[in-house]
Design a protein around this ligand. Structure first.
Ligand SMILES: Nc1ncnc2c1ncn2[C@@H]1O[C@H](COP(=O)(O)OP(=O)(O)OP(=O)(O)O)[C@@H](O)[C@H]1O
Ligand SMILES: O=P(O)(O)OC[C@H]1O[C@H](OP(=O)(O)OP(=O)(O)O)[C@H](O)[C@@H]1O
Length: 233
């Protein structure tokens, strides 16, 4: 019986994931070629560890293609509609912290809250002949926050695949939804988070796929494995 766990293959999360596994008594080594995405695992019988991109891990969990994965909660909630039905967050791991936020240009002095932004959005078409544009790669989280949480209907999402904070200055959007950790990218681009503009406080999470078919033995093995990641209480 094999359980499959996916970790980010590179970037800021990878080394902390490997350290977290080590604390749980599981040693993961990349195959001898550092560009390989295969690993050697010690300390957990029947566990296979794959290296994938952080967003791919969310998709694989959604599809039940892996048993467990470590990735950011932002990517789980953005990638997986009805997240809590398809995956279970088993542990929050205390690294990879980043907030998904709504940020507006500093020059929008009168816009401090989502209610203020709602007023701007409602008047925007009359004043400017078009809807308010939001640059983001988090379109699902943005729609949920603007439309369902705050009743804002009139806006348009401009998909951004990078350098999102540059979009207002470049003129391709009016405001942004993106992640921030130190806040320095927002400051450098003269953007400010609204007072109630934090959509999600994200960190790296261990998640299991609820739709993955598993027999009784695999389910018991998964439970034992997950328990190794939980801090003793
Ligand atoms: N300062 C930060 N900038 C970007 N991502 C961060 C930051 N801090 C934590 N994270 C988290 O790291 C995850 C993204 O990881 P990473 O940057 O390795 O992936 P990526 O290269 O953006 O993703 P992919 O390769 O899947 O497109 C997200 O869950 C994000 O919340
Ligand atoms: O609040 P800060 O500490 O400034 O971090 C936030 C920035 O960091 C990330 O960009 P980065 O270029 O690191 O990675 P990316 O390629 O994932 O956008 C993210 O997209 C933000 O732009």
């Amino acid at each position: 019986m094999t359980l499959t766990l996916a970790l980010p293959s590179k970037g800021r999360l990878k080394d902390q994931c490997v350290a977290t596994l080590a604390k749980a008594g599981i040693e993961v080594r990349s195959a001898s070629d550092p560009r390989s995405y295969r690993t050697e695992v010690r300390g957990a019988d029947g566990l296979e560890v794959l290296l994938l991109s952080a967003s791919e891990i969310a998709r694989e969990l959604r599809d039940g293609a892996i048993d467990l994965g470590i990735t950011g909660e932002d990517l789980l909630r953005e990638t997986i509609p009805d997240t809590d039905r398809l995956v279970r967050i088993e542990a929050r791991l205390g690294f990879g912290h980043a907030d998904v936020v709504v940020a507006v240009p500093h020059s929008w002095a009168d816009v401090e809250t989502m209610a203020d932004l709602g007023d701007v959005a409602a008047e925007f078409r009359t004043r400017h002949g078009r809807r308010l544009r939001i640059a983001t790669k988090y379109w699902r989280l943005t729609q949920g926050f603007f439309t369902r949480s705050h009743g804002i209907q009139s806006y348009r999402i401009v998909e951004s695949l990078g350098a999102t904070e540059g979009a207002p200055a470049a003129g391709s959007a009016d405001l942004i939804v993106d992640i921030t950790s130190t806040g320095s990218t927002l400051v450098a681009n003269q953007l400010r988070v609204l007072d109630d503009g934090v959509i999600l406080r994200s960190e790296a999470c261990l998640a299991t796929a609820l739709t993955r078919p598993r027999d009784v033995a695999a389910t018991a093995a998964l439970d034992r494995l997950v328990a190794r990641f939980r801090a003793p209480t």
